[in-house]
Design a protein. Structure first.
Length: 475
């Protein structure tokens, strides 16, 4: 049993003022493995004061000084990679391949922000006006449990690059991972107050951040429901908000696609992060005429997918994060069966020989886009195969959703795939399994969010724009 009784304020680990203890679980076994003492509103007040004190000094730093800070944070996080992998396996149930990717991604966030900064100019001219981009102020960064280290590091990297200081509120369910991240950031030796970490409940610590007049900006990743609540609360102080929310992303397999090749890729896009990925391609749209071929390949792919041993580098699917997520996913599987969808593979209950919060990777066929399983975010390894008659119908089904985070298109004809991509309402469309592009904008259309992260868009999310008229007039 590990007990965490530290948060991070003003450059030091401190005991929280809050006294509530919260259980931490090993999702692979469903057993309590530790406890964390949660922060309260007094801790938030102290963290905001520290970030506020550090703001003027940091806002004045040069681009080169910030790039240097980002490089030291990168190196410090890299040196924590193996500890972070261990914590991510133990507390989140990530298979080792995913845990390794997450640790690398967290460190690389700082290099990506540094690269963005190198190419960015904080001033430009419009006629005789000088346009100056200035740090927005103290930022509140609120992150979910499904990629704790990655979200903390990416949001903090761009806030810091912009000249902001930050109060970070990670998920209370990720306290062990957060502790490793905080130790890493601390080891970089950056000035006190630039970042503060207050692990606590969303309705306590999160609300204190979203309502504080001293927080200028909230950058949030999490569910659409909480995103809406945050936006409502942020309105009284007119905070700037970036919301990265949920998704129900379509994967369009066009009728000319090489199914042998693309069906396994489509299943992988759906099962990424054990199905707990906001960008997972969970609605697989396939041409009616090729449905039986797709089902055969989908079943073969899932049957071959490794579920279970988190230490095996080939394992694709680990457990869900919590008992609540396990029950939620079981509920959706039952809903799919009750609605008349066919279980191609998987179904209710645990996979054979596994307990904890493991669920059976499940693929439904004969799903229609009006079924609840095709409309709501399940957040587990449960995919819907929906057939379409022609390309027009495929595009209509793809866009018939409240969400718009990601989309995937597979075709043997690149120009055709691009033409389809152009008609999809999603913040990111990947053609033929294209890899992540770390400096390209990331964010959602419709109820998948507001604003963009990564690269220049991610940097400008932490900046205000000032036009100084006449600044460039000849004297
Ligand atoms: P969640 O919305 O329940 O919680 C996210 C964070 O918000 C946590 O730190 C939580 O404590 C906090 N929170 C909860 N209530 C709050 C409140 N009233 N005020 C302020 N903060 C509050 O989400 P989750 O269950 O941790 O994560 C899963 C969800 O996140 C899924 O819907 C997923 O799609 C979404 N997500 C989106 C992205 C993206 O980039 N678009 C990335 C990852 C996850």
């Amino acid at each position: 049993m590990k007990t965490i009784r530290r948060i991070y304020i003003d450059g030091a680990f401190v005991t929280p003022h809050g006294t509530e203890m919260f259980d931490l679980f090993d999702p692979a076994r469903g057993e309590v493995i530790g406890q964390v003492q949660l922060a309260d509103t007094e801790d938030v007040r102290r963290a905001i004061q520290a970030a506020k004190r550090a703001l003027p000094g940091h806002a004045r730093t040069t681009k080169d000084e910030r790039i240097e800070l980002l490089h030291s944070l990168h190196d410090a996080m890299l040196s924590k990679a193996s500890d972070l992998e261990e914590a991510t396996i133990l507390e989140y149930g990530a298979p080792i391949a995913r845990a390794r990717w997450t640790a690398k991604y967290a460190a690389e966030s700082f290099m990506n922000a540094a690269k963005t900064l190198e190419a960015y100019s904080f001033t430009h001219s419009v006629g005789e006006a000088e346009v100056v981009m200035e740090p927005v102020g103290v930022a509140g960064l609120i992150t979910p449990w499904n990629a704790d280290a990655g979200f903390i590091c990416n949001k903090f990297a761009y806030a810091l690059a912009a000249g902001c200081t930050a109060v970070i509120k990670p998920s209370e369910m990720s306290a062990m991972q957060t502790e490793v991240v905080t130790e890493g950031l601390h080891a970089a030796g950056i000035p006190a107050g630039l970042f503060n970490v207050v692990t606590g409940r969303g309705d306590v610590v999160g609300t204190a951040l979203t309502t504080s007049p001293d927080i200028a900006k909230i950058s949030f990743s999490g569910s659409t429901l909480v995103g809406k609540a945050i936006m409502k609360k942020a309105v009284d102080t007119l905070k700037r908000v970036t919301l990265e929310l949920g998704g129900k992303s379509p994967t369009l397999i066009l009728d000319d696609a090489d199914l042998q090749k693309v069906v396994p890729m489509a299943i992988t896009a759906g099962f990424m992060n054990s199905g707990q990925a906001c960008i997972a391609g969970t609605r697989i749209l396939v041409p009616e005429a090729r449905l039986s071929e797709v089902l055969r390949l989908a079943k073969a792919t899932v049957d071959a997918a490794k579920v279970g041993d988190l230490r095996d580098p080939d394992t694709m699917i680990g457990p869900l994060v919590s008992a609540k997520q396990y029950e939620r996913v079981q509920h959706y599987i039952r809903l799919g069966i009750d609605a008349g969808a066919t279980v191609v593979v998987g179904g209710e209950g645990h996979p054979e020989g596994l307990g904890g919060y493991f669920v059976k990777p499940t693929v439904f066929a004969h799903v229609t886009n009006d079924m609840t399983i095709a409309r709501e975010e399940i957040f587990g390894p449960v995919l819907c195969i929906i057939s379409y008659r022609d390309e027009e119908e495929a595009i209509a089904i793809a866009n018939d959703t409240d969400y718009g985070l990601a989309a995937y298109v597979f075709s043997s004809d690149h120009a055709r795939a691009r033409a389809v991509a152009a008609r999809l309402q999603a913040g990111r469309v990947a053609i033929n399994g294209a890899p992540h592009e770390p400096l390209a904008p990331f964010g959602g259309y419709k109820q998948s969010g507001i604003g963009r992260e990564y690269g220049v868009s991610g940097l400008e999310a932490f900046l205000e724009t000032k036009a100084v008229l006449g600044a460039l007039a000849r004297a």
